[in-house]
Design a protein around this ligand. Sequence first.
Ligand code: ATP
Length: 326
Amino acid sequence: LKRVAILTSGGDAPGMNAAIRALTLHALSHEYQVVGFYGGYNGLIDEDYTELSAANVGDIIHRGGTILKSARCPQMLSEAGILQAANSLRKCHIDALVVIGGDGSFKGAQALQEHWQGQLIGIPGTIDNDINGTEATIGFHTAIDTALDCIDKIRDTAQAFERTFVVEVMGRDCGILAMEAGLASGAEQIICKELIEDEQAFLDELKEEMAQSLRQDKHPSYVLVMAEHSLSISAQQLADQLSEYTGVDSRSAILGYVQRGGAPVAGDRILATQLGVAAIEQLAMGTGGVMVGIKNNAITTIPFADTANTQTRNKDFVARLKQYRL
Ligand code: ATP
């Protein structure tokens, strides 16, 4: 093993830079050369890359985003694109590629594996915490804190104006971010797919619970944290229905992309460092075709193909947390 490449792909997440730093510094300590491809798989296809040295990664651990840029790359969905990417890896004399991204990015890695003999390792980098084989993904800790900061502020205005708020957080199809941000903010209601069997029944119960609570003056303010894509209606439509049902003015706030930005919190920097070092160690042992993750504070590996099997994982995760809703 001589030359290791890194790319960041899919939605960017705070802590990706810390992972690039850890990968680079640890690879250099093994005397591997390190290169970074720009813009996810686009950089691979276009052979757009840079050599990485200790100096390049010296002051990035605390920065959000990714110095390698991230992007979606539709070309990877075609055989021609995958072949081109595999060809670039050969032309650039890459022996191993580390992909930092979500399960879509790992599908890309799997596709590459069929046309390229080098070693491939994945590192889970997404704010959504929606990847099987790890308890946490890089960026998740920061996203919760960012969402929490916003929800706390919204609660202040909800309290002052006697309004109720539906706050939509990210998560793609996973409710863990909503659940944790909801718990941490003391949200009166948390809405995510994993908690819903029958949407209408769920909403009927939620509205009645809320109306009763407001009637009994149990809460000085009322905040509902909702995961994106968890209902067939939007946050604003839900707020409208709640206003009508309870007679209390209800508004929606969609937090959106702020959750992807900001300096990574300690938890993400440490996780990124652990996984970066672990990825290089796996490569040194000759491993490929797996993602490194963390469970019970120990490093784990899982084949790329299993990283997208998240249904049971997410449901169990949310069910465990639901017990602590007050
Ligand atoms: P996040 O969920 O945090 O946004 P992700 O990695 O799941 O991250 P995707 O947009 O699903 O994000 O995938 C990122 C990129 O991975 C795609 O733009 C594409 O280049 C590649 N990719 C995704 N799915 C496949 C696939 N089935 N085959 C080949 N490449 C894929």
